[in-house]
Ligand binder design. Sequence first.
Ligand SMILES: [Zn+2]
Length: 429
Amino acid sequence: MPHEAPGDPQRSAGGSLAGVERIIGRLGGPDARTPTAPGPTLIVVAGQHGNEPSGVHAALRVLKSLETAAQRDPACFRGELLAVAGNVPALRSGVRFIDADLNRLWTPAEIDQSFARTDRGDPVSTEQQQQRELAEEITDAVLRSRGSTVLLDLHTTSAASRPFLAVEDIVRVRELARAIPVTAVLGLEAMIRGILPDWFNTVGDAAMIFEAGQHDDPASIERHEAAIWLLLAEIGAIERAAFSERLARARATLEPFAAGLPRMLEARARHSVSPEDGFKMRKGFSNFHAVQRGELLAGDTTGTIRAPMSGWLFMPLYQPQGEDGFFIARRASRIFMRLSKLLRPLKLHKLIHLLPGVAKSEAPVDAFVVNPRVARLLAHEVFAMLGYRRYREHGGIGVFGKTAEDMHRAWYALPEELRRPRRDQSRSS
Ligand SMILES: [Zn+2]
């Protein structure tokens, strides 16, 4: 693949993305025009949601300054920086998606389907085509990498927001997230099926989501840019000394937003919505608004919707398209974070079924069935500590697992009368 110049300068001013292409820009790599020393690969994905142009502009800016710096001093940059556009047709039209949300399609089953259908030439949705192309660019970058491979998925929100990270609860990912000085929310992948980092963490080394602020706020571009620079330094792609001023500016851009919030939060509740719900968030909530259990948050055709627990409200939905009404996050326990780092290599999950009210799933998967009345107090903490963050409960039975596929199979291995869906249950967790 040829070296790509970082786009046209008109777009880097934060203007229209009507002409955006899949490859926003690429610097370095084994076949680069400007040779770079072997090193880590950073893949920046921008605009998986087409109404979130900020990441594209930020990537263009970083590529431009990095290219100038590397021309002056080739030793200041090693490895590769690849910036790709997520949903190209949606970015060109400025809408979140055309047929389906691209950032919900990254499950093994959906990926297989996108590849199988495009291979056969069967009709596909816009986003299945996008997924195929994007997956190929990302996989190619991993295959040609001469070092570690890290993916940064750039997003913005419909409501005003402090910037934050959404990080999968994997020790190496959590450690890497510390490079970006904002609050990291753990466990989002356990509530939203099929997000890109969930897949990348199985093909590359580490992936995370960075949410910069409101969609069209120019400050979101600054913050996206800051996150890219800090991550480039953290993985060793750029010489810190050569970019000391830029990195100091990046930290100064983000650090003020870490004030007054725990550095690590854990997503604990999600309110899912469908178009026919007529969901409407009450006015005046911003991201990380502190809420009390029972507080009135929104309304829909069935009545009022209240906070299921106290905590920090996040990603309240103030746009027409979307499946997540809001989330609630709580402080991630510091002692459990530390313990999990120590305990996970010991394969303690082999003993977890000895806890009261806990049994291994009868399906051949890595999941556990619990009696919530017996196991509730301890279970959430112990399972989370060991990386089982997905939880589903109905009536007298609950299931903990690590992946959506395991959860699905464990759940359907249960006797049918235990898992009959009930609308209020499936909506609150
Ligand atoms: Zn997004």
